[in-house]
Design a protein around this ligand. Structure first.
Ligand code: C2O
Ligand code: CU
Ligand code: CU
Length: 507
């Protein structure tokens, strides 16, 4: 895909462009719909006891159809409260068009297997590191312990070692879409870029709402990489590419220009992850509004119509789409700017391109949306908590730029912020640089309160949020339940590797 920078920058916009009302796409002629296909990977659903702590909903028994653009990642599902799996990460030549390309695969695929769990489950993952380098695993967005052999970003698993993780998901964990990727400092961008990542799904009562349970679920995992024949070609990036944040050819769940068939009249439920190391996307679906049902860390109270939506690295959304009329509809990424090393010039942005195409055969009445999704907590009106300011900055230009948080580069041995357990803080995250930096905090999600472009409308629980060049965000963070030391950082992972990361200890 062509990455040539555009000469002009689109105006900065808030997270998403919203249109009022819950209107539905118009239904056209009525013809029989066609049924969507199952991903058929043969993994049987769990029959063990579910320890879901989510509120109960009238049990719908509609069969879930999970479909990736073929031949998408495998699904591994917990049984009896445990998901036990070995993730072997290794370099491989994988099929690409009529030839092959070099990638870091997880159990033979990129993306790696999708891990499907329930609140209260325990993830017992053995990381078998055959990458040739040190690495580790981070479960992005999960509210779990960051210590010991849980979601600990400070671990080093050397080449040839096997390491047993035990990540216990609390019984009151919200449902949604999370993901795993490596987090070994200085090597995160290149290892993710090479293909080491996968989705984590936490199921909850929202999944059992009749409209949702009856929908076709698709996993759209957006990733870009370099198509090359060896490790150096794929994993190495020059200093300029690292400073800007490397970008490559875009894949959706391992496919380029994927096409999928949606049944007219059957609701589509898409889990979309930006697993790119640096690339921003601005999504728009031809002919259909999308209805947002989840932001990174929790559900929305009710579906919210979005005509387009930006997704920065690390972010996830879940959206509902109502196919009703026959046609071929492109899911596009529109042009999106993310600033530049140089104040006011050399804009990095992507021209518009098609990510995947939804084909709808026949026509049917517009499938209904659920009226309500969840009783999502809203802490905007609580008494103003202690406010802390965190500054992301860049010093120097092209040649010797450094990436800093509060004036410092990352030092794993230093504790930058100490917070007593069970306190709430407002963080003003300020970006004094001419490039955007997506802020990400492990373990403790935040409610987005305010943005340099305006107040935030509605409830949005997030763990990753873009802080625009020379802009800021205000986040309300509840440091509750889980103690431990972990990190926050820029999710342009080259910036993280260059030191735009800091430590936090909650105790
Ligand atoms: Cu998605 Cu610290 O990571
Ligand atoms: Cu994370
Ligand atoms: Cu950054």
């Amino acid at each position: 895909m062509d990455d040539s920078p555009l000469s002009s920058r689109i105006p900065r916009r808030h997270l998403m462009k919203l249109a009022a009302g819950g209107g539905a796409a118009a239904a056209l002629a009525v013809l029989p719909g066609c049924s969507s296909k199952d991903d058929g990977d043969g993994e049987s659903p769990t029959s063990g006891p579910t320890s879901s702590g989510a509120t109960s909903t009238a049990g719908a028994t509609a069969t879930r159809t999970t479909t990736h653009p073929e031949p998408g990642p495998k699904v591994l599902q917990s049984t009896g409260g445990i998901l036990k799996a070995t993730l072997t990460v290794q370099p491989e030549m994988i099929a690409h068009g009529t030839g092959t390309r070099w990638a870091l695969t997880v159990n033979g695929h990129t993306p790696g297997p999708t891990l499907r769990v329930k609140p209260g489950d325990s993830l017992r993952l053995t990381l078998d590191n055959q990458t040739g380098h040190s690495t580790n695993i981070h479960t992005h967005g999960l509210r779990v312990s960051p210590t010991g052999n849980a979601d600990n970003p400070f671990l080093e698993i050397k080449h040839g070692e096997k390491f047993d993780y035990q990540i216990d998901i609390p019984a009151d964990h919200p449902g949604g879409s999370f993901w795993y990727h490596p987090h070994f400092h200085h090597h995160v961008a290149e290892q993710l870029y090479a293909g080491f990542f996968g989705l984590i799904i936490v199921e909850d009562a929202v999944d059992r709402l009749p409209e949702i349970a009856g929908a076709t679920e698709r996993l759209l995992l957006l990733h870009d990489t370099t198509i090359g024949s060896n490790e150096t070609a794929v994993m190495s990036a020059n200093m300029m590419a690292q400073r800007e944040g490397r970008e490559g050819d875009v894949f959706v769940s391992g496919q380029q220009n994927a096409t999928f068939e949606a049944a007219a009249g059957k609701l589509e439920r898409w889990r979309i992850l930006n697993a790119s190391a640096s690339r921003f996307y601005r999504l728009k679906l031809d002919g259909h509004p999308m209805f947002l049902m989840s932001t990174d860390a929790d559900r929305l109270p009710a579906p919210l119509r979005v005509d387009e939506i930006a997704l920065v690295p690390g972010e996830r959304i879940e959206v509902l789409v109502q196919p009703a009329a026959a046609g071929s509809y492109a899911l596009k990424s529109l042009s999106v700017g993310r600033g530049s090393m140089m104040q006011g010039s050399n804009i990095i942005s992507n021209p518009e391109f098609t990510l995947a195409t939804m084909k709808v055969a026949g026509a049917a009445p517009v499938p209904p949306l659920p009226a309500k999704l969840a009783n999502t907590e809203d802490i905007r009106s609580m008494a103003q908590p202690k406010t802390r300011e965190v500054v992301f900055s860049m010093q120097g230009q092209m040649g010797g730029a450094t990436f800093l948080i509060d004036g410092k580069t990352f030092d794993p041995g230093r504790i930058d912020i100490r917070i007593p357990l069970d306190t709430v803080e407002d963080w003003i995250v300020r970006n004094t640089s001419p490039m955007d930096h997506p802020f990400h905090l492990h373990i403790w999600p935040f409610q987005l309160m305010e943005h340099s472009s305006g107040l935030v409308d509605g409830i949005q629980w997030k763990d990753t949020i873009n802080v625009p060049a020379n802009g800021w965000v205000r986040l309300r963070i509840r440091f509750s339940k889980i103690p431990g030391k972990t990190v926050f950082h820029c999710h342009i992972l080259d910036h993280e590797d260059l030191g735009m990361m800091a430590t936090i200890e909650v105790a």
